[in-house]
Design a protein around this ligand. Structure first.
Ligand code: FAD
Length: 496
């Protein structure tokens, strides 16, 4: 269970006694340097590795801040919040979804910086809590901008699972980890041709990938009944996790860094405070606390990042618009569904096109349901998923849930024998707002004009799979270390 509304470890952090930067407590230097090996493999490259294929961040990140935003001046505003709380950290992260939590983890295991995570609610209250949990490469393309990031992230997830095993822990129990392999399924000649090309591409990019004929596919997934003219791309190394278990695990691991880590939940961020002297953003104002930041503020507020940034800049001459939008998704999770068993992670080819659809004028064109099916470690069947642009509304739409059931029934006809109303009592609907960017890539990097502020948002339907790579990228940017993946495609410049 995730704890909520608690500030963990903050008792060991000293409050800021005054507004003067010089008189504020330097938390990192006074905190106990408790380096816990929980979930961290000492064999992994250090955060500042000296390897030839590393990319120099300063090389690719030669932007000039060009935007002026008048924000509150720290000097002219109180150093303490209205209830007198002010604390200082090296890094303040806004958002405790999978992106915010893994960024916190990366700073904790890879540096000696102190970290605060602040959320208007609790972890898993955003898109993360709805995620199906597949970390698949099957539906990704080696020629896309996100490929390197996704691949790196995939390796980091596998490394984490391996580290847990090395430590005598069970990744299935800790993360809901399953290495089931994935099947991207086609049902038409066109789709099968596409899958054959895809397998070539994925193999060419160094992944284990195999094209399965209809007969092979049906022998691996006997519950499928989709005619003879079917086939699949099979990636045996694809894995899945459970988003709730994983978020809880990362949160627990972060909390082991006593004195360097604190959480502020049910505490929305309301303002950014700028220093009068150098224009640097010095603090994050929440509803209850002022969180000063010595090194960086990271905006990881998922689909709320764009509107939050606009709100935070409202008092100035804002010209920066990060157009991240909510893209609503429903999932249907059926408890202990013994009538149907799937051995692998399944996804229909149509998913790829649905994910890539951009917002069109016609809502119908951009509202879609495509079949994904996974079985979690408890044996629950999870069926996905829908995509629609419906603002920030998270109400359940029964029509969409019924469409998810019907769509799955096209692949598993035995489901047609079961009335949807019969499984309602044993099923849960998960609804989340994916952080959608129109160009299909997350935004990762410094926010122009806001010295000290970074953004990591907009992962749409791939935030779980890309989380560890994103966290590594942000930490490298903040620390000025070389990175493993070129961050250029993800920078704000030219996209917002
Ligand atoms: C149905 C569905 C299925 C999915 N399946 C998968 C999958 O199988 N694999 C995969 O990789 N991805 C999947 N995704 C996508 C994935 O869940 C997201 O990309 C990911 O969770 C985004 O994480 P995040 O941390 O950026 O955002 P979120 O999890 O939304 O977290 C953002 C946080 O910011 C907080 N916040 C917002 N405003 C403020 C404020 N003013 N002050 C403080 N805090 C604030 C929110 O409370 C929230 O906790 C799925 C998504 C959905 C909806």
């Amino acid at each position: 269970m995730l704890h909520s509304n608690h500030m963990v470890s903050a008792s060991s952090l000293r409050p800021c006694p005054s507004s003067s930067p010089s008189s504020r407590t330097a938390i990192a230097s006074c905190s106990s340097r408790h380096f816990c090996n929980f979930g961290f493999n000492p064999k992994w490259p250090p955060i500042n590795p000296n390897q030839s294929r590393n990319l120099s961040f300063s090389h690719v990140y030669g932007y000039k801040p060009a935007i002026f935003c008048a924000l509150k001046d720290v000097k002219s505003s109180s150093s303490t919040s209205h209830n007198g709380n002010a604390l200082e950290f090296d890094v303040v992260i806004i958002g405790a979804g999978i992106i915010g939590l893994t960024i916190a983890r990366q700073f904790l295991i890879g540096s000696d910086l102190s970290v605060a995570v602040v959320d208007k609610a609790v972890p898993c209250s955003g898109a993360t809590g709805a995620g199906q949990g597949y970390l698949w490469m099957a539906h990704k393309s080696p020629s896309s901008d996100i490929w390197e990031l996704a691949l790196r992230s995939h390796r980091l997830w596998e490394g984490l699972a391996e580290t847990l095993r090395d430590q005598g822990l069970n990744p299935s129990e800790e993360l809901g980890w399953r290495k089931t392999g994935s099947l991207l399924i086609g049902r038409t000649h066109e789709e099968l041709d596409m899958l054959k090309r895809k397998v070539k591409q994925l193999s060419g990019a160094g992944l284990d990938a195999e094209y399965l004929s209809g007969a092979d596919l049906l022998s691996m997934e006997p519950a499928l009944l989709i005619g003879d003219n079917c086939g699949a791309a099979f990636l045996p190394n694809d894995c899945q996790l459970d988003a709730h278990s994983t978020a809880a695990f990362i949160q627990k691991a972060n909390r082991h860094f006593k004195g360097r880590y604190a959480e502020f939940f049910h505490d929305p961020v309301t303002d950014l405070l700028r220093s009068g002297s150098n224009g640097k953003i010095e603090a994050v104002q929440t509803s209850k606390t002022t969180l000063y930041s010595k090194k960086a503020i990271v905006l990881a507020a998922g689909c709320w990042s764009g509107t939050l940034l606009r709100d935070l800049l409202r008092e100035g001459k804002t010209v920066l618009d990060v157009p991240i939008m909510p893209r609503k998704g429903h999932l249907l999770a059926i408890d202990n569904f013994s009538a149907l068993h799937v051995n692998h992670g399944l996804m229909e080819v149509g998913y790829v096109n649905h994910q890539a659809l951009t917002l069109a004028k016609d809502f119908e064109q951009t509202s879609s349901v495509s079949m994904t099916a996974t079985m979690d470690v408890q044996g629950n069947l999870v069926l996905g998923s829908s995509r629609e642009f419906a603002g920030f509304n998270t109400e359940m739409n029964e029509f969409i849930v019924a469409r998810i059931w019907e769509r799955a029934s096209e692949f598993f006809p035995m489901m047609k024998e079961i009335s949807f109303s019969d499984i309602k009592s044993s099923s849960k609907v998960r609804i989340g707002l994916r952080p959608y960017m129109f160009d299909g890539k997350p935004v990762i990097g410094p926010v122009p004009g806001l010295l000290n502020v970074f953004i990591a948002s907009g992962h749409e339907g791939g935030g779980l799979s890309m989380a560890l790579g994103t966290a590594e990228m942000i930490a490298n940017m903040v620390l000025g270390s070389p990175g493993k993946v070129d961050p250029t495609p993800f920078l704000v410049q030219g996209r917002c």
